[in-house]
Design a protein. Structure first.
Length: 388
């Protein structure tokens, strides 16, 4: 009898281990116009959950269990684009009758009309043509930000009405949609575009904890708004694509990568939160080895970022069960200082630290847990991931 129980316990432990993902949800460009051609499908599938790709790329990697995104932009078009048609009903117009212009840096770029039946029909036909040839799990809708960054406002423009029309446009497509627009913060808070969750499967935030600016690390109110957005998307059970845009070579960005990953872990939901980074690597792939750290079973439920602030001023979240590449490594905690002043960090019982080595995961980069104790303070825009 005791022997039977031991065997059952052993099988239960093995089943639990098999159920633990070997990495958090990750995304990248792969094949297609923007993706690397240097990482074979089998290798990419071991580190990636999602890829933005084309029909041939989807045909290769979708059968390996990787979810695929089809890029589209039904919101802004220019001559030569798949959705640029001859019907004036497709376009938004100024009160003077001219087509409303998009960003000045793109010659000929114009805004579409989200209420247009012509646009809805063209978008559906284009997506149908791609999905007839290959499997796509979701359709990416770029620039779902109303008239933000545009040169012209359409006649009688109202942002809320525009988003309601966009919501109906998504609903009419008949495919899961991931929209891009969550970095358009509203008065230093969550983007109003989050209302698109009513008909979308999820959304993307560019500059998510990592940005193109010289500082690279997102701090202050923008960091706070990003964390709040991550929490809200999880609460809505919507995919949140956290797209960091630091283009520093990965092997020269260890501090920035740690800051990004620790910030990501503070409020992530393993089921719906997706990390998409863009640090430069020799292979052109952008998955970092720290994504192999999966933190589960948080010590406390969190509904607002303020609940994570520790007495010393840093933001800390503890997890009871942490795994590195599928291997149990004990309890862990992520700690972040998004401020301009150093903060004390007191984490009794934690005596090991995550250390990054080298470049991306496709380029030989690795992570390991060292016997180094956590720092007693976190410098401005600093972070650490520590273990008991």
């Amino acid at each position: 009898m005791h022997s039977t129980r031991r065997v059952f316990a052993a099988f239960a432990a093995l089943a639990l281990l098999a159920a633990v993902p070997r990495h958090v949800q990750t995304a990248d460009y792969w094949q297609g116009a923007a993706g690397t051609k240097n990482v074979p499908a089998q290798q990419a599938a071991r580190a990636l959950s999602w890829v933005e790709t084309d029909v041939p790329g989807s045909q290769q990697i979708s059968p390996l269990g990787v979810k695929t995104l089809l890029y589209t932009n039904p919101n802004r078009v220019m001559p030569g684009d798949p959705l640029y048609g001859p019907d004036e009903d497709e376009y938004a117009h100024t009160c003077g009758g001219a087509r409303a212009r998009g960003e000045a840096r793109y010659r000929g770029l114009v805004l579409t009309n989200p209420r247009s039946r012509t646009l809805a029909s063209m978008w559906r036909r284009s997506v149908d043509a791609h999905t007839h040839e290959a499997h796509f799990d979701a359709v990416f809708a770029d620039e779902a930000v109303g008239t933000s960054y545009a040169q012209d406002n359409p006649c009688n423009y109202d942002f809320d009405d525009w988003i309601r029309a966009e919501t109906q446009l998504f609903r009419g497509l008949g495919y899961p949609v991931i929209y891009n627009g969550l970095n358009h913060f509203d008065n230093h808070g969550i983007a109003k575009e989050i209302a698109l969750n009513k008909s979308a499967a999820g959304g993307m935030m560019e500059e998510c904890y990592a940005q193109l600016d010289a500082d690279h690390r997102v701090g202050g109110w923008q960091w706070w708004a990003t964390e709040e957005t991550e929490l809200d998307m999880a609460r809505d059970s919507k995919y949140f694509f956290c797209y960091g845009r630091d283009l520093t070579p990965a092997d020269q960005a260890h501090d920035g990568r740690m800051y990004t990953y620790a910030s990501f872990l503070l409020t992530y939901d393993p089921r719906t939160t997706v990390l998409w980074e863009y640090y430069k690597t020799p292979s052109g792939g952008h998955v970092m080895p720290e994504s192999q750290l999966v933190a589960l079973d948080p010590v406390k439920r969190v509904t607002r970022v303020a609940q994570l602030r520790a007495p010393g001023g840093a933001y800390v979240r503890e997890y009871r069960k942490c795994y590195l590449g599928g291997r149990f490594v004990g309890a862990c905690a992520a700690a972040v200082n998004p401020d301009t002043a150093a903060h004390d960090l007191r984490l009794p019982g934690y005596n090991r630290t995550l250390t990054l080595q080298g470049s991306g995961i496709f380029d030989g980069g690795t992570v390991r847990i060292t016997a180094a104790r956590p720092p007693e303070d976190l410098q401005p825009l600093g972070a650490a991931i520590v273990f008991k």
